[in-house]
Design a protein around this ligand. Structure first.
Ligand SMILES: Nc1nc2c(c(=O)[nH]1)N[C@H]1C(S)=C(S)[C@@H](COP(=O)(O)O)O[C@H]1N2
Ligand SMILES: [Mo]
Length: 298
């Protein structure tokens, strides 16, 4: 049996929905109670998950525009049903899988993860998802496969960002096979026990919590097992600024800004920036990079 990752943040850290809605009403309805919100977050030592509202309204999904509010405004146009995923390359059972067939029999787990965008903002998100390793084991990875490549759907008529060519689409990403097989790596299908919203990458998206957010590719329609390192969208767009690995690392600054700290979304106007943690607070992945110069393989 594969080792299963244990949450450091447990679902006990998730504010029960009722209490949480109640708190929001208090905050919305009363002047001067912002302090309650701040105290609430402080007492949870920054482990409190972001609200569904925050998670679904402040997004990066360039297919739907480059503004943080654009995905929430435009992603209702994404057609998510029917949905199939092409699995090809070095696998025993390649094919065009209906999403339900690909996931049938695999367990959906709750994972409360820190999420750190390369732009130096962050959230804490209660995902529901399937370990990518379970999916890869189901299709059968062949021994020569060293990398996994992912591709996002392109629906030009529904995607304003594709029409405007804000990036070279389809959005593509990749992982080394040991990164893909790590129990922290999931394919998310839900948030807060609700089906994942379109703006967050419905119906299924990658989540790799120790890497900058752009590695967590949304709305996936193709998974390819291959020998060579696959091209990745942000590396193609700007290789000087974005590498293949893109592990969260407070000691390696982006050429244009520091990565030492981050702004937690929802923390409020006067909240202090938080220190960014090595591997985003998931030191158990460090062994994957033994012997690699993490200032060079950024
Ligand atoms: N297809 C696709 N996937 C994507 C992106 C994108 O523009 N297109 N943006 C990435 C970036 S930069 C981040 S920070 C996260 C944001 O995920 P969220 O909006 O669910 O918080 O999605 C990543 N996945
Ligand atoms: Mo990002």
């Amino acid at each position: 049996m594969a080792y299963r990752w244990k949450n450091d943040l447990t679902m006990a850290d998730v504010t029960p929905k009722a209490a949480y809605l109640n708190r929001r009403q208090i905050l919305a309805g009363t002047v001067g109670l912002g302090a309650i919100g701040l105290a609430g977050r402080a007492s949870a030592q920054g482990l409190e998950p972001n609200t569904l509202e925050e998670i679904t309204s402040y997004n990066n999904f360039y297919e739907f525009g480059t503004g943080k509010g654009d995905p929430a405004a435009n992603a209702h146009k994404l057609v998510t049903s029917p949905w199939s995923i092409k699995v090809d390359g070095m696998v025993d059972r390649p094919g065009d899988y209906a999403l339900d067939d690909l996931l049938a029999g695999l367990s959906v787990e709750d994972r409360l993860y820190r999420f750190r965008c390369v732009e130096a903002w962050s959230m804490v998100i209660p995902w529901n998802g399937i370990e990518l390793a379970d999916i890869l084991n189901k299709v059968g990875v062949q021994s020569g496969a060293r990398y996994v490549a992912f591709e996002t759907v392109v629906q030009p008529e529904n995607m304003i960002g594709v029409q405007r060519r804000v990036l070279d689409f389809p959005y593509v990403e990749g992982l080394r096979i040991d990164e893909a097989m790590h129990p922290l790596t999931i394919m998310a299908t839900g948030i807060y026990d609700e089906p994942i919203y379109n703006q967050n990458g419905a119906p299924i998206r990658l989540v790799v919590p120790w890497k900058y957010g752009f590695k967590s590719i949304k709305s996936i329609v193709r998974i390819t097992l291959q020998e060579d390192e696959p091209p990745t969208s942000w590396n193609k767009a700007n290789p000087r600024e974005y590498g293949f690995y893109s592990n969260v690392n407070p000691n390696v600054d982006h050429p244009r800004w520091s990565q030492a700290t981050e702004r937690r979304i929802g923390g409020g106007l006067f909240a202090a920036r938080q220190d960014t943690l090595m591997f985003n607070g998931y030191p158990e992945v460090a062994s994957l990079y033994e012997g690699m110069d993490l200032t060079r393989f950024y």
